[in-house]
Write a protein of this length. Structure first.
Length: 54
């Protein structure tokens, strides 16, 4: 049971770190686009059909 808890905590920490990096990336794209109008970035989100949301 302890291993499962450790895994969940580690997974949650990794998810928060990934979300932080994504936020930094999106903010960087926005700022870059404000300065260099000819540069742009497109974001595509995909998920499997029937995959649970959350």
């Amino acid at each position: 049971m302890e291993k499962q808890r450790d895994f969940k905590e580690a997974s949650g920490e990794a998810l928060r770190e990934a979300q932080s990096k994504l936020n930094d990336y999106l903010e960087g794209c926005y700022k870059l686009g404000q300065h260099y109008l000819d540069l742009c970035s497109s974001i595509f989100l995909m998920r499997e059909k029937g995959a649970p949301r959350g």
